[in-house]
Design a protein around this ligand. Structure first.
Ligand code: ASP
Ligand code: MG
Length: 407
């Protein structure tokens, strides 16, 4: 008998009708002879509604209480789904994070799962029940309720699949799978049949929204096969799996974008050991994540240093950098929130030279100026003006994916 973990996102459980539809799908999986554990998100819009409530009371809500509040969204959807399954005559049981001891660290709002006690789940499965688990939530070692960060139910589902050694973790969502790029920008985008964990991690970290990045990291670490598919059709979606030989014949699997970053430049920073540390330490202490950094070689004893942070953090980052800039006698700072990062991702880059050169040629042909570049083994990202983002995505998709192959 196979054990299947299914995760349904907010739109899939967004209305009572949709919850009833999910109950039927879950029941069908059970009737095919599987043991079924379902992880649910809150009903669509609910987490935002709850967040807004907290913010009406306090501009910066206490993190512990905010997590108690946010976790209630998944309590509602897990009980409603369990009810709907029972209504079809199939035994089911819902569990909250603390009831199956999804233990996390203490980082409210972005907690990491440390362990799951599967005893009660296994007992329920053995009794023939469908198990419905509230996603996105856990408890720390002192039983405080924690949440896993936006999109965290994906991670709950993969962690559950790893803990139960499930045969597959199916992520049901409102799109048909993982696409080569955003079909809203590029109508020729197509669904991928398969993608490697590593590519999916890069795609998620450069802007693809379909899976929470931590869920993919976890899937990779525990070799959980993930099947991303639509809850509104029976069609096969995208398998996120271990890389195999056939994958590196494809140069680029996806083109992603991220409009959520802003760029900060420190002008004429004296070229002395320790200054980069002095600039970035206060930013790190404020828990601001820095994405790209570039620094030029200096000729006159000073150098410009540019980096990007998310738009949400950039005002805070500026105030920190302003302080450092005057302390180290930099010439000043320049900021630009109107940027976008466009990336191409593919394991084929490992074995093929010239991918970056081609990317830059394509952008040059379009008159698109590149402001920053960063690369990993299987990814090239460029920062460009926000206004040119959509065109960049379309031409890169055309050259690398529609035409496929030749450099
Ligand atoms: N409900 C949470 C959110 O909206 C978690 C999730 O949907 O995965 O972010
Ligand atoms: Mg999601």
């Amino acid at each position: 008998m196979a054990l299947v973990v299914q995760k349904y996102g907010g739109t899939s459980v967004g209305t009572v009708e949709r919850i009833k539809n999910v109950a039927k799908k879950v029941m069908a999986a059970k009737q095919r002879g599987n043991e079924v554990v379902v992880v649910v998100s809150a009903m669509a819009g609910e987490t935002n509604r709850l967040l807004a409530l907290a913010q009406q009371i306090s501009e910066l809500p206490d993190e512990r209480e905010r997590d108690v509040l946010l976790a209630s969204g998944e309590q509602v959807s897990s009980s409603l789904l369990s009810l709907a399954i029972k209504d079809l005559g199939q035994p089911a049981r819902s569990f909250l994070g603390h009831q199956v001891r999804i233990e996390t660290d203490k980082a409210y709002g972005k907690a990491r799962i440390k362990s799951i006690d599967s005893t009660r789940i296994k007992r329920a499965l053995k009794a023939g029940e469908i198990v419905v688990v509230a996603g996105f939530q856990g408890v720390d070692e002192e039983d405080n309720i924690t949440t896993l960060g936006r999109g965290g139910s994906d991670t709950s589902a993969v962690a559950m699949a790893a803990a139960l050694q499930a045969n597959v973790c199916e992520i049901y969502t409102d799109v048909e799978g993982v696409f080569t790029t955003d079909p809203g920008i590029c109508p020729k985008a197509r669904k991928l049949d398969r993608i490697s964990y590593e590519e999916m991690i890069e795609m998620a970290s450069t802007g693809a929204k379909v899976l929470q990045i931590r869920s993919v990291e976890l899937a990779k670490n525990f070799a959980v096969p993930v099947h991303v598919r639509s809850s509104f059709s029976e069609a096969e979606g995208t398998w996120v799996i271990e890389e195999d030989k056939s994958m590196d014949s494809v140069l680029v699997s996806g083109v992603t974008y991220d409009k959520d970053e802003a760029k900060i430049t420190l002008l004429k920073v004296p070229d002395r050991p320790g200054l980069a540390a002095q600039i970035f330490s206060p930013i790190a202490e404020a828990h601001i994540v820095v994405d790209m950094i570039i620094q030029n070689a200096s000729e006159d004893g000073t150098t410009d240093l540019t980096f990007t942070v998310s738009k949400a953090d950039y005002k805070k980052a500026i105030s920190l950098v302003e302080k450092t800039a005057s302390a180290i006698q930099a010439k000043g700072i320049k900021v630009d929130p109107n940027i976008a990062k466009v990336s191409i991702v593919g394991v084929g880059m490992r074995t093929h030279a010239g991918v970056a050169a081609k990317m830059f040629r394509v952008l040059a042909r379009e008159g698109i100026n590149i402001e920053m570049i960063s690369t990993s083994e299987i990814k090239i990202s460029v920062v460009i003006g926000e206004k040119q983002m959509e065109r960049a995505v379309r031409v890169l998709h055309e050259e690398f994916i529609e035409k496929q192959g030749n450099l």
